[in-house]
Design a protein around this ligand. Structure first.
Ligand SMILES: NC(=O)c1ccc[n+]([C@@H]2O[C@H](COP(=O)([O-])OP(=O)(O)OC[C@H]3O[C@@H](n4cnc5c(N)ncnc54)[C@H](O)[C@@H]3O)[C@@H](O)[C@H]2O)c1
Length: 389
């Protein structure tokens, strides 16, 4: 039986020095782990090292960390250009391109280098951990450890055992993630895990409302912020995430759920991607960010705003109950995930009790009766629980 040793004294290997790999390396090194970072692109590695140092110096300037702490973090991280240096690592977190074949190849190569007790983790957002693990001789040592962007700031980490993962591993990872001062949640290896599955209607239903001409983008954003208390409206948020990224996640979750209508992507967003209107990063998405452009104003009609909010929140809650019903995660972890991973003002299960399960159910049932679309079917657990309230 393997003895996994993943503690603050373990050597951690990170593969991929991009946004996520660099952030995860900083998190581990800050808490005292020795970290090796590898990337197959020499230029990316040099850039990552320079960015890490300048980012840490900024934290010193802002007095968020001391110069000594900055030096200690830098000393803990080594940027390396050969994967063979990972032979002494106890835990390796892969954060490379989101491509199943490439990830499988990297995991196969890793197994030939590391010792048999080394844990191999993937930071994948959307691929099956079980499928990645299938490339390994010892799939029991493979697990998902999914950070959110930026990893240094976002507290949530989803821990995802695959079906062949050693049953002790999730708890061991949880302990380490807590030592890294993050908030771990454990979830089943299902498409989108917790956050990227449950959050889909925040974007999808908002786009449907706009496609149908029920309200415009500014009004939907206004309603979700003012009435719902969300930090950003769905259109501002997808513009920030980037439509290329957000659309692909939706499409992947939809396909992985065998084309369930609940996750169907929006043509409105597809056209934005086709046009190269990817959001803030390209200067145009739902909004136009060019200097001097007057932004659309919202129709601040409270009655309309309430209808928009009720519809989107009911769809989100329905998704949270579906995840709960299918044992994707515990009720506590589902609520933690949405508040700590995507900054929702409240956990969705707790919110459902505040709004009233009967009210949520009747919003969904009305939508279902009107549209006769499977997309709006109320979840069976929500249906049952409303009776016991
Ligand atoms: N960016 C996000 O918001 C986010 C959030 C959570 C999880 N993720 C996941 O994290 C992973 C990395 O995402 P990212 O945004 O950091 O990507 P990124 O493009 O910023 O960085 C990926 C890095 O991996 C390197 N790389 C690619 N193939 C490699 C290989 N075979 N061997 C070694 N290095 C290789 C690239 O050179 C690049 O530097 C993906 O699986 C992604 O789905 C991303």
């Amino acid at each position: 039986m393997n003895t996994f040793n993943i503690t603050l004294s373990s050597k951690i290997g990170i593969i991929g020095s991009g946004a996520m790999g660099s952030g995860i390396a900083q998190v581990a090194a800050t808490e005292g782990n020795e970290v090796l970072v590898y990337d197959n692109n020499e230029g990316a590695l040099i850039k990552a090292e320079a960015n890490l140092k300048s980012g840490l110096l900024k934290l010193v300037d802002k007095q968020k960390i001391t110069q000594d702490k900055c030096d200690a973090i830098i000393k803990n991280i080594k940027f390396v250009s050969a994967l063979e240096t990972f032979s002494e690592c106890n835990l390796i977190i892969e954060a490379i391109v989101e491509n199943l074949d490439v990830k499988k190849k990297v995991f196969t190569n890793l197994e030939a280098i590391v010792c048999e007790n080394c844990v191999l983790a993937s930071n994948t957002s959307s691929l099956s951990i079980t499928s990645i693990a299938s490339a390994c001789k010892f799939p029991e040592r493979v697990i998902g450890i999914h950070f959110f962007n930026p990893a240094t700031l976002m507290p949530l980490v989803e821990i995802i055992p695959g079906i062949a993962t050693d049953e002790r591993l999730a708890e061991l990872c949880k302990t380490l993630i807590l030592e890294w001062k993050k908030v771990p949640v454990i979830c089943k290896d299902t498409p989108g895990f917790i956050v990227n599955r449950i959050a889909r209607p925040y974007y999808g239903e908002a786009m449907r409302i706009v496609e149908e001409g029920i309200a415009d983008i500014a009004t939907v954003d206004w309603a979700m912020k003012t009435i719902g208390g969300f930090k950003m409206g769905p259109f501002e948020l997808t513009d920030l995430i980037g439509h290329d990224v957000n659309y692909v996640v939706t499409e992947t979750v939809w396909k992985e759920f065998y084309y369930d209508q609940r996750f169907k992507p929006s043509l409105l967003q597809k056209r934005l991607v086709e046009a190269g209107f990817l959001g803030k990063k390209t200067g145009r998405g739902f909004y136009n960010y060019k200097e001097g452009v007057v932004q659309p104003s919202s129709d601040e009609n409270t009655e309309k705003g309430k209808l928009i909010f009720d519809r989107i929140i009911a769809m989100l809650i329905n998704e949270a109950y579906d995840a709960l019903n299918l044992k994707v995660a515990s009720e506590e972890d589902i609520d933690l995930a949405m508040t700590k991973g995507v900054n929702y003002p409240k956990g969705l299960i707790a919110w459902s009790k505040e709004i009233g399960l009967e009210n949520v159910f009747s919003t969904l049932q009305n939508l279902y009766d009107n549209y006769k679309e499977d997309r709006y079917r109320p979840n069976i657990l929500l249906k049952k629980k409303r009776l016991s309230f």
